[in-house]
Design a protein around this ligand. Structure first.
Ligand SMILES: [Zn+2]
Length: 198
């Protein structure tokens, strides 16, 4: 493989979840699609680049300044699920049983990767919690990894000064090293339903 196809494969292979072999297969498939998939995909990618931004409340991706979850008043605005990545938010949404809202931190604390608290968005979260003294529940949903659990403890330290906020975390029993967005809906739903107050 060389030239444009090689360049496309290399870009695809750099995306999460795709190895070089799948990247090559996708590049070959896209190159052979003439009528339907490729032109539509090109148009959608352009639109995405021009219109998608971060929700100013929760950091979810959105075409509007406030995402469809934050602006949905039938959802429980007093229940905030704190996740590391947007893909975790989508995994919990796919589960179809969570009715609250979210806060996306933008990663997990990691000494190895030099990701400290300043690299993550705790500021917007604290602003949301400080807005009113109405009771709120923060559900911390991090991967059961060392970095994820370090982040759980850090969030707990930050949030425990808010008397009106109850803090809970996903029930242990998730396999160590697992990633939330790879868990099946049943396992994730169980971890959420049997969450523990911290
Ligand atoms: Zn939002």
């Amino acid at each position: 493989m060389h030239g444009i196809l090689k360049d496309i494969s290399r870009i695809l292979a750099s995306l999460p979840g795709l190895g070089p072999r799948s990247a090559r297969r996708i590049a070959i498939t896209l190159a052979q699609q003439k009528e339907d998939v490729t032109p539509v995909l090109i148009e959608l990618l352009k639109q995405m680049k021009n219109t998608i931004r971060k929700c100013r409340i929760c950091n979810n991706l959105s075409q509007d300044s406030i995402c469809h979850i934050c602006s949905n008043h039938s959802r429980d605005q007093h229940q905030i699920c704190i996740v590391a990545e947007i893909s975790d938010l989508w995994a919990i949404e796919n589960m179809g049983q969570y009715d609250g809202v979210y806060h996306v931190l933008g990663g997990t604390l990691s000494i190895a990767n030099a990701i400290g608290p300043d690299s993550l968005d705790f500021h917007t979260l604290e602003m949301r919690l400080g807005e009113s003294l109405e009771r709120k529940e923060c559900i911390i949903a991090m991967n059961p990894t060392i970095q994820g659990q370090a982040t759980v403890h850090y969030i707990h330290e930050i949030l425990k000064k808010y008397d009106h906020v109850t803090i809970s975390t996903l029930a242990l029993g998730l396999p160590m090293g697992a990633q939330l967005d790879y868990l099946d809906n049943g396992t994730l739903a169980m971890a959420m339903a049997s969450r523990k107050e911290m």
